[in-house]
Design a protein around this ligand. Structure first.
Ligand code: PLP
Length: 306
């Protein structure tokens, strides 16, 4: 449950969360015109400090998305980063937290028009432990195809594209699965409804490139660098659907999902159905990195306090 009295940033002010609202006439609501981010902060080992994971990269992606979608961020990347940290301070955050910056085409006029001058910017936050509340999940291949980059650019995290994710997720839940993996129109693995896909075959970590109609993912990019730290070979290439049925290990990753092992795909058991050794290694290392325990990756976390 959301703690009472949360503060939200909305168009130049920190306001009571209940005051951060848009009109029912907003183009952002009527046509799904906008883009957003999702950023996590983790309580450090001292129990007080909060470390924001890859804040600059998230801001950079938001700004790049804004460029594609004719939105105007209200400041430089450094100013935007500071607004995020200030939001956490104003909410006295000493818990695992999720921040959601949103850029919206917030005109109340008719017609789906992209006009930089009508951009609204908000950031809200909430406590978040787990986004997927299971140690390992059963997934299906969705009958819905991932929205193509030439239709709605998924790489930008556009609000409207989440109808695609929601349809896939609903279908998965109705079928008794925990999550869906979507294929591109060409039938190759794209991504989960809100996660990237990594498989491990014969000791090599494999993930599809970000040209497969998926989000320009920050956890994904981080894991690719972590593979280097851990000495795990990594290959970026197309993945066919049935490779997922025969892979040794499979996991989904994302800011929300972190590293979530997959135990079956379309009811085919992955490996022996347990959490594989490479997946475990990444989970442990990821946990160490986000909590600021890895000297080499300290620059990936930004302290909120002090
Ligand atoms: C569609 C989609 N794919 C992948 C991800 C993971 O991306 P990131 O690691 O940048 O959070 C997300 C967001 O969390 C997403 O919404």
């Amino acid at each position: 449950m959301l703690p009472a009295g949360m503060i939200t940033y909305f168009d130049g002010k920190f306001v009571d969360d209940a005051e951060a609202t848009v009109s029912v006439r907003s183009r952002a609501l009527n046509y799904g015109l906008g883009c957003f981010g999702g950023i996590r902060g983790y309580v450090a080992d001292d129990g007080k400090q909060v470390l924001v994971f890859r804040l600059d990269e998230h801001i950079q992606r938001l700004c790049e998305s804004a460029k594609v979608l004719y939105l105007r961020p209200p400041g430089t990347p450094a100013e935007l980063a500071e607004l995020h940290l200030e939001l956490l301070r104003r909410n006295d955050v000493h818990f695992d937290v999720y921040m959601r910056p949103l850029l919206l085409h917030n005109s109340t006029a008719m017609a789906p028009i992209l006009d930089e001058a009508t951009t609204s910017f908000t950031i809200f936050c909430l406590p978040l432990k787990r986004y997927i509340d299971k140690d390992a999940i059963d997934v299906c291949i969705s009958s819905w195809r991932r929205v193509a980059d030439n239709a709605i650019p998924a790489r930008t995290k556009p609000t409207g594209a989440y109808l695609n994710s929601a349809l896939a997720r609903r279908e998965a839940f109705d079928g008794g699965f925990d999550e869906a993996i979507l294929l591109t129109e060409a039938g190759k693995v794209s991504e989960g409804s809100a996660e990237h896909v990594f498989m491990v075959r014969r000791g090599t970590l494999i993930s599809p490139p970000s040209t497969q109609d998926n989000l320009d993912g920050i956890t994904r990019r981080s894991l690719i660098e972590m593979a280097g730290d851990l000495g795990v070979p990594f290959v970026e290439r197309e993945i066919g659907r049935t490779e997922l049925y025969v892979t040794d290990e499979l996991f989904l990753c994302g800011t929300g999902a972190q590293i979530t092992p997959v135990k079956s795909v379309d009811r085919r058991t992955v490996g022996d159905g347990g959490i594989g050794p490479v997946t475990r290694k990444f989970q442990q290392y990821f946990d160490d990195v986000v909590h600021g325990r890895v000297a080499k990756r300290k620059s990936w976390v930004v302290p909120v306090w002090g």
